[in-house]
Design a protein. Structure first.
Length: 268
């Protein structure tokens, strides 16, 4: 599995407060099958502001520590960029993308996406960046009107869901919204958004719940295949369809047939 969203680069934002804390979490991640993680530090003008070179130096340090402690996990650079009208400049000059891809993890005002949201997104799209909205289920405008998520996808915005949201860690409304996104096939990536303090096990717990609810391969899309495509800077399909368990009639025959259809639909 690849965690596309976590704050485990220590002492740079509101995430992990020490290298020890990060190593502890990474040990749990690796033991549970997380092979790769993007360390998506907040980047917000005036609040979390740093030079890319400083970030890279900290990342190199963290990679060395993980190696020294025998924690087998590939750490990739990443940023959770707070969207504003002049952010393109920083994204370009500081290379605030996920790994070396064109995907940019973005956050905005949770109390409702800024009315200028699309105006801020369009310049990124025009430059070939692929915006990913972090924890899409936590935005009031999406919670109150789920079709807003579809609208975002139609505007070429990818949606990332937090594992904790699926477990109800941000409240019932967020939980319901997260499940709607996942079940509708409107979620592209799953992330822990771990800040170093919560038990990382909830990421695996959420994945177990997903496996009960969705086809195994659908879970792989969110946790392995699509993140892998981010790593390799391949284009994730904005629209995809997968099989959802029908609890009333779950014949293994229809199951395997649907699996085949899934891949035909996406890559066929
Ligand atoms: Fe985050």
């Amino acid at each position: 599995m690849i965690d596309v969203h976590c704050h485990l680069l220590p002492k740079i934002d509101d995430g992990s407060t020490s290298a020890e804390q990060s190593i502890n979490q990474m040990r749990i991640m690796a033991a549970g099958g997380v092979t790769d993680a993007f360390l998506t530090t907040h980047y917000m003008s005036g609040v979390y502001h740093y030079e890319r070179a400083d970030y890279d130096a900290k990342l190199a340090l963290m990679r060395g520590l993980a190696k020294n402690y025998g924690v087998e996990i590939n750490l990739h650079p990443g940023f959770e960029v707070y969207l504003n009208s002049h952010i393109l400049e920083d994204i370009t000059s500081q290379k605030l993308t996920l790994g070396s891809s064109h995907y940019v993890l973005l956050e905005s005002d949770l109390n409702g996406l800024d009315p200028d949201f699309y105006n801020d997104i369009y310049p990124l799209l025009r430059q070939g960046f692929r915006p990913v909205l972090a924890h899409a289920e936590r935005y009031v405008s999406i919670m109150s009107k789920i079709s807003k998520a579809r609208e975002l996808i139609e505007h070429d915005v990818y949606l990332q869901v937090n594992s904790g949201s699926l477990l109800g860690q941000y409240g019932e409304k967020v939980r319901q919204t997260a499940w709607l996104l996942v079940r509708n096939g409107w979620a592209h990536l799953l992330g822990s958004d771990d800040h170093g303090r919560s038990p990382y096990g909830s990421y695996f717990q959420a994945i177990d719940l997903l496996r009960e609810d969705l086809d195994e391969q659908a879970v792989d899309l969110l946790t392995k295949d699509f993140p892998q495509m981010v790593l390799h800077d391949q284009i994730i399909p904005l629209k995809y369809v997968y099989f959802q368990h029908s609890h009333s009639h779950s014949h293994s025959h229809s199951h395997s047939r649907s699996r085949k259809n899934l891949w035909e639909r996406i890559f066929g």
